[in-house]
Design a protein around this ligand. Structure first.
Ligand SMILES: [Zn+2]
Length: 400
């Protein structure tokens, strides 16, 4: 028989839970924490004292309560002192940011990535340089508690190796190890699939806050996704779950970078839209996609037909996902935000035909609230995961 959790285990769990509350909700009064966490006042006081002593939070008087009596102290995350580095490796851009506890972006650097052959050095080099520049600017009393990256590709669970990234040309790339070596911060680098991390970001800080079941679709050049089931990201056996972009919607359709035919990504991705609009070759990326949506808005028949065609396949893909997962919300992010906004009528009419009434009733279709930062915010949350799980221990290790 296994004994129940010890007092110490309970305390560690509660420290993490309290820190997570102020990390996600911002400054929160002790009274509010007491009711939200279901613990008594003296326990909240003791936990707050421990986190304050470690330099993770600080307590202060609220500005104006407007109420009589002694105000409850407000617990605030030490955003300027405790931070992580978040990295975003997209097909067209590389971003590095220093993000404070509480999710505040304190500093950021960004550069354009050229499409073409894949070179690990051309990704790791600029990102490591950005992180070191930002690190040099920090005060001596600050502490970095994690580094994590969002990568446009399939990332194996555990080892941070990017197994495939058809739109980047990446195959079996030991990204995490190389990034950690080049940074030389003495910290491991966590890596996740960009769309998976964006899904988590929208779930914890974006349009999906409070949703237990959510499907997020992310358009970069291809299409990725993240499925949140009962509050948890669906990872699958090896960590590659949620590759909704490679769901076949048109078996006799266009060839996909993965080697298959008619994947959602092949029918709805950037190339499909630009080719349908007769614009492939005259520019790529977000600006090119936006130009098609703008042209359709102005009444351009070719652009409208292209969006309608792409919207039809998108609607079919969403209908399949809705029938399988019965989410409360479907979120369109990255480049798919523009495509969805330009083809919402088509997507909805497909859903009306192909989704089961039980699954589409009460379904909300939304666009990303975090916009182009969703992947970066997701990487930051991954980097904070350890300190939120065991705050005092992780801080002691990082500060030593
Ligand atoms: Zn595919």
């Amino acid at each position: 028989m296994r004994a129940g959790p010890s007092q110490e285990e309970i305390r560690r769990h509660n420290l993490g839970a309290l820190l997570r509350h102020v990390h996600l909700s911002g400054p929160t009064s002790r009274a509010e924490l007491t009711s939200r966490m279901g613990l008594n006042r003296s326990t909240i006081m003791a936990l707050t004292a421990d986190l304050t002593a470690a330099g993770l939070v600080r307590e202060e008087l609220p500005r104006e309560t407007g109420r009589a009596g002694r105000p409850s102290l407000v617990v605030r995350p030490e955003s300027a002192r405790v931070y992580v580095f978040a990295l975003d490796v997209g097909v067209d851009r590389l971003v590095a940011a220093r993000v404070g506890l509480g999710g505040t972006i304190l500093d950021r650097r960004e550069t354009v990535r050229r499409r073409g052959t894949f070179s690990l050095d051309e990704i790791v080099g600029p990102l490591a340089a950005f992180a070191r520049q930002m690190h040099r600017k920090t005060r001596a009393d600050t502490v970095c508690v994690g580094v994590a990256a969002a990568f446009s590709g399939g990332v194996a669970r555990g080892d941070g190796v990017v197994r495939f990234g058809p739109n980047m040309g990446a195959v079996d790339v030991p990204f995490a190890d190389e990034m950690a070596r080049r940074l030389a911060f003495g910290l491991p680098v966590m890596v996740g699939n960009d769309a998976n991390l964006a899904a988590l970001a929208e779930h914890t800080r974006g349009v999906g806050v409070g949703c237990r079941d959510l499907v997020y679709l992310h358009g970069d050049v291809g299409i990725g996704g993240g499925v949140i089931v009962n509050g948890q990201l669906l990872g699958g056996h090896g960590g590659f779950g949620g590759e909704v972009g490679h769901m076949v919607v048109n078996p006799k359709g266009r060839s996909c970078g993965c080697g298959s035919l008619g994947c959602l990504e092949a029918e709805v991705g950037e190339r499909a839209l630009l080719e349908s609009a007769g614009l492939f070759g005259s520019g790529v990326g977000r600006d090119a996609v936006r130009a098609v949506v703008d042209a359709a808005d102005r009444g351009d028949i070719g652009a409208q037909a292209a969006l309608s065609r792409v919207g039809d396949w998108l609607g079919l893909g969403v209908a399949n996902l809705v029938n399988i997962f019965n989410p409360e919300m479907v979120v369109f992010g990255g480049m798919l935000r523009e495509i969805y906004l330009g083809s919402a009528a088509q997507v909805r009419s497909r859903l009306a035909v192909d989704a089961l009434p039980t699954c589409r009733d009460n379904l909300r279709l939304r666009t990303s609230a975090l916009g182009d930062d969703a992947t970066l915010v997701g990487a930051a949350e991954l980097a904070f995961a350890q300190v939120l799980a065991d705050p005092i221990e992780v801080l002691a290790r990082a500060g030593s």
